[in-house]
Design a protein around this ligand. Structure first.
Ligand SMILES: [Zn+2]
Length: 388
């Protein structure tokens, strides 16, 4: 639960910050790959879930079989119990009848027994008669022993059956435990699949948002390019109109006295212009024969502002430019700020128009504190005044 919420927050943060960060094709590709990986994980989990379900069904079948065996065993035991009861009755009856016979013999046959003994004509005769009586009691005793043996045998059979039944019941308990275990695993697997489905849904939403944002940014770029083209065309018409007069517009040459289109704002308002772009000479200026930028003379530490929003692509130092930075504004337009005493932004950082990005200085090939400001269009330095 906690994890899911965290993922949702991350997703929201990604969406919110995605509005300002340019969508990279690589992040869309990454999200697609993640989606594929999640689908693969889900397939694996589903296969595992199916295997567990099969295992569970097998266990249930085994349980049913064992239950049937226990029921059959129970019936056998019931039969044995009846047998045992009957054997015990038989044993008891034999014992009772034997006791009766002996009692009768001694009570009623006592005189007869004594008469037989005394009427015996010889010791051998007496022993024969005595033997006869003994045989009767022996028969009774044998019968009793036999019945007792039957009781013992039936009881042993019953005990054996109960042992088998107990084993089956142990097996059933084990099967039940195994079944519970597999059921728990199955439930876990189902939860895992459901979690994966949520993650897949979230990932798909993220992908959709990224693709929409990329499309939106593409539209904005196209609109900006169209607006810039329209502005350039309007400017061209205006300048050709003022210089050509009766010759008609359309084929005018490069503008000589540009008036600017306002695409860039003043990077150093506290300065005065000490040198313009081009082949003009300026007292104390640098590269006055072919000046690639515009010089803004101001005290060391005076703020330098981003002329337009964009991304810082370079922050560096070299012997000619001193500390300098380059901002890419998109649509082939970039600006360069040189001789800075300090630079406040880093390479890769997004800046907005008017942001204090650096301070005026005299680093590099410079004779006094000033900002040397260049505007580049598609790799060629142009007169900054065209864009201010
Ligand atoms: Zn300069």
């Amino acid at each position: 639960m906690q994890g899911k919420r965290f993922v949702s927050i991350l997703l929201i943060l990604t969406l919110v910050f995605g509005m300002t960060i340019p969508v990279q094709a690589s992040s869309i590709e990454e999200t697609k790959k993640k989606g594929e990986a999640l689908e693969a994980q889900k397939s694996t989990a589903e296969a595992e879930k199916k295997a567990l379900a099969d295992q569970l069904n097998k266990l249930i079948a085994e349980m049913d079989e064992t239950t049937a065996k226990i029921t059959a065993k129970q019936e056998e035991i019931a039969v044995k119990e009846d047998e045992l009861i009957q054997a015990q009755i038989d044993e008891n009856n034999q014992y009772e009848s034997m006791k009766k016979r002996i009692k009768y013999m001694y009570e009623n046959g006592n005189t007869q027994f004594i008469e037989i003994l005394f009427s015996s004509k010889s010791i051998g005769d007496f022993l024969n008669n005595a033997e006869y009586i003994t045989q009767i009691s022996e028969y009774d005793r044998d019968m009793l022993d036999e019945f007792k043996a039957t009781v013992k045998r039936v009881d042993e059979q019953k005990t054996a059956l109960e042992g088998e039944k107990a084993e089956l019941e142990t097996l059933q308990v084990q099967l039940q435990e195994k079944q519970d275990e597999v059921s728990a695993l199955l439930e876990e697997k189902a939860e895992q699949i459901s979690d994966l489905e949520v993650a897949i849904g979230e990932n798909a939403a993220k992908l959709k948002a990224l693709q929409e944002e990329a499309a939106r940014q593409q539209r904005m770029r196209e609109e900006a390019a169209a607006a810039a083209a329209a502005a350039a065309a309007a400017q061209k018409n205006a300048s050709s109109g003022s210089s050509g007069g009766s010759s008609g517009g359309g084929t005018a040459g490069p503008s000589v006295a540009p008036s600017g289109n306002g695409a860039l704002s003043n990077p150093c308002p506290s300065a005065y212009i000490s040198s313009e772009f081009g082949g003009r000479s300026s007292p104390g200026g640098i590269g006055s024969t072919n000046h690639k930028g515009r010089d803004y003379a101001a005290g060391t530490g005076s703020p330098i502002y981003a002329a337009a929003s964009g991304t810082v692509t370079t922050v560096a130092y070299n012997g000619a430019r001193g500390n300098y930075l380059v901002i890419n504004h998109g649509n082939g337009l970039s600006t360069v700020y040189q001789h800075c005493s300090e630079i406040y932004v880093g390479s890769g950082q997004s800046v907005s128009v008017g942001q204090n990005i650096a301070a005026v200085g005299s680093t590099g090939a410079s004779t006094g504190p000033h900002l040397h400001f260049e505007v580049w269009v598609n790799g060629t330095p142009v007169d900054p005044r065209n864009y201010l």
